[in-house]
Design a protein. Sequence first.
Length: 238
Amino acid sequence: IQKLEPIYSGKAKTIYTTNDSGKYISEFRDSLTAFNGDKKSEAPKKGYYNAQISRKIFEMLEENGIKTHYKGMASDVDMIVDIVDIVKLEVIVRNIAAGSITKKYPMPAGKVFEKPIVVFDYKSDEYQDPMINEDIAAALGVATYEEMAYLKETALKINSILVPYFDKNGYLLPDFKLEFGRVNGEIVLADEISCDTCRIWDKVTKESFDKDIFRFDKGDLTKAYETVARKLVPEIFE
Ligand code: C5P
């Protein structure tokens, strides 16, 4: 497969057309943004570690019956993906209170939820990704009620696979964000699952191994992502 023209550049990845009419290549870059793009930086090898962690998680989810856009790697940082029509919702699953939910509601950081919480945010830079409910999303034509029920059910299924997977590797998974896309009449998991899109805490020390290091200047981001990669994708260090 050959990378052709860049057609879209997001905050951390660039999408390229390819010589395969059904596939794009998603290139993971070293750039970082937070707070809706207000804070920007670069971290060496970040794209590489996230690409490899995301690849491994997509492969593991596929083995567990979750359909994804992932179709293989064209290089260390280039992921081959199905061309999908992205659903304009960010599906956020929360197991432990952290981040925005602790600002919006009286929920102390670190509170463990009895059951996972699923939230939809409207994916829009212009409107700064506001939280949305099913009625507003349906009125906007973003997704049907049936699709949203499927997104929630699939997000919970993914959570029930990811929590034990991270646990086995020594980490808690307080929350993470998923995106989905439509392809051939199906909804599949899209985008990435990486240290940029999850909160990953050391099980014992509760230390962050995710983008909160960048958001709140908590240390060496590359080193933290490398630590997670050593656990999840040890084969790339052999
Ligand atoms: O900011 P907030 O606490 O709502 O984020 C919840 C989770 O979703 C975090 O793991 C964060 O990294 C992820 N997220 C994301 N992209 C966004 C918003 C949140 O990956 N645009």
